[in-house]
Design a binder for this molecule. Structure first.
Ligand code: GRF
Length: 221
């Protein structure tokens, strides 16, 4: 088996994304070791999965870093998150239902991933998260939606895209039915696939026409 890729997972909420990653690791299909779970709240339900798996937890709350200057608070809050990641000696950081915008330090540029429940660049950006994304997709009468795994840069949902998976939007879909389908059929497949590609050294980021773009090298059988 390939050496396991050490990662930290960042959560804010229910932790279904974290649980899915831990299930894949347990099943032997994801060569990743979750060395740390960082939560933006001590009340995040997802912390239960870290506890059940004896994974160290760091609670880093943005409210503890409020200063006079917004940029300064964000920098200090981000530094606290990444200090915890460095101490845990992780190579990559996976945001999983994490709702804070972080300033990515130089040593973590293109090492922080997120998953978004739409086909970016559509239906992304500040304020578009959770149910709001699916509401926007239904309002726009899209027939296809899905999930996008991307590297995180300093803007919401704007970093280089690693991979996308699509699902159908059905005529009688509600926010709940669409959100469940995107989570189970797109997100739960796309995130482990992207992390496994990184674990297998098959992900490269290159500059094309001044834009950072991801190349995922296909797995050889
Ligand atoms: C999903 O919509 C995912 O796209 C987004 O967070 C939601 C899942 O949250 N990034 P969680 O993993 O259940 O906390």
């Amino acid at each position: 088996m390939a050496e396991k890729l050490p990662i930290a997972v960042l959560i804010s909420g229910t932790g279904r994304t974290l649980k899915n990653l831990l299930d894949r690791i347990e099943a032997g299909s994801l060569d990743v070791e979750v060395r740390l779970v960082v939560s933006s709240s001590e009340r995040a339900l997802g912390l239960q999965y870290a506890e059940q798996n004896n994974i160290p937890i760091a609670i880093v709350k943005s409210s503890e870093f409020i200063g006079k200057d917004d940029d300064d608070s964000k920098a200090k809050f981000s530094a606290a998150v990444f200090d915890a990641c460095r101490k845990a000696d992780v190579q990559y950081v996976a945001m999983a239902g994490y709702l804070k915008l972080l300033a990515i330090p130089d040593d973590f540029v293109e090492k922080v991933l997120n998953i978004h429940p739409s086909l970016l660049p559509k239906f992304g950006g500040k304020g578009l998260y959770g149910r709001r994304v699916h509401h926007a997709v239904l309002t726009a009468k899209e027939t296809i939606s899905g999930a996008t795994v991307h590297f995180v840069n300093d803007e919401f949902d704007a970093g280089p895209i690693i991979l996308q998976k699509t699902v159908e939007v059905l005529p009688n879909d509600t926010i709940e039915s669409l959100s469940d389908r995107v989570l189970e059929r797109a997100e739960f497949e796309a995130y482990p696939e992207a992390l496994q590609a990184i674990a297998e050294n098959r992900v490269e980021v290159v500059t094309i026409d001044g834009q950072r773009r991801v190349k995922v090298i296909e797995k050889k059988d």
